[in-house]
Design a protein. Structure first.
Length: 265
């Protein structure tokens, strides 16, 4: 049996969870590097080893690699690079519940699911706004700013301007932390306070500020007292249960569960 076939045989016999990262990557690579005698598994080990230099997480780096960066690695040609890039992107898309027409955003899990593809795995901080109608149906989402690896800037004028353009009645704001740490910075808290004050004045309540990173998210509404300190407009009896759920469902740093998006009939 060729060494390239062994991971495939193990996958068929024991399932994907039994395989190492190198074995899974070797299946995507398909074959090794013939001029150096490296098998597909050897080549996968070589790639992951190169990515883990300086103590960095190899899989985390792999998911951010460009086609050009993969092609610069020994033994990786256009076909191998294309398969790896496509598999990573497909995995990201499968992880995120796709946005659906008339999605009802009635808890933080749904909001995080809708925003994750735009924010979760990006290498720079991005700030986005999710816009809803009076019945909490999804209207639109927009990435407003792209910053550096450690900071991004968003102005309330731009955030609420986007909401007004879409005739949104409620908004949720979110940004990512490329490091994967979910702890809000002082700047995050200051901006949230400013947005809550503006939302009350404009009668466009801010339902939450989410921080996303590394497959998880945190709700600042759940983990701070800002919504008690700066209460938003009363959204009415019909939607009080939604707001109760929003404030009580989420544990700090909760992962996004599959199938979290729900539709309103």
């Amino acid at each position: 049996m060729y060494e390239e076939d062994r991971p495939r045989q193990r996958l068929a016999a024991y399932g994907p969870k039994a395989l190492s990262n190198a074995e899974l990557l070797s299946i995507l690579l398909g074959s090794g590097h013939h001029s150096t005698g490296l098998s597909a598994v050897d080549l996968a080990h070589s790639i992951l080893g190169e990515l883990s230099q300086a103590g960095e997480d190899a899989l985390r780096r792999l998911q951010h690699l460009s086609m050009e960066e993969l092609l610069a690695m020994r033994g990786v040609g256009p076909a191998k690079a294309a398969i790896v890039i496509a598999a990573i992107e497909l995995g990201k898309r499968a992880f995120i519940q796709p946005t659906q027409v008339r999605t009802r955003v009635d808890d933080p899990n749904v909001a995080a699911s809708l925003l994750s593809h735009d924010l979760m795995w990006e290498t720079e901080e991005r700030f986005a706004v999710l816009m809803l109608n009076v019945r909490h149906h999804f209207l639109a989402k927009r990435v407003l700013t792209i910053g550096s690896q450690t900071e991004t800037l968003a102005h309330p004028r731009d955030i609420f301007g986007e909401a007004l353009r879409h005739r949104a009645v409620r908004i949720i704001v979110a940004h990512n932390h490329p490091s994967g740490a979910l702890e809000p910075s002082p700047e995050d808290l200051a901006l949230t306070k400013q947005l809550l004050q503006c939302g009350k004045i404009l009668s466009v309540p801010v339902l939450d500020h989410l921080i996303l990173g590394d497959g998880r998210f945190q709700s600042l509404r759940q983990t701070t007292t800002l919504w008690q300190d700066y209460p938003q407009e009363n959204t009415g009896e019909d939607h009080s249960s939604i707001h109760e759920r929003w404030g009580s469902l989420l544990d700090e740093g909760m992962s996004i569960p599959p199938g979290s998006t729900v539709n309103d009939d």
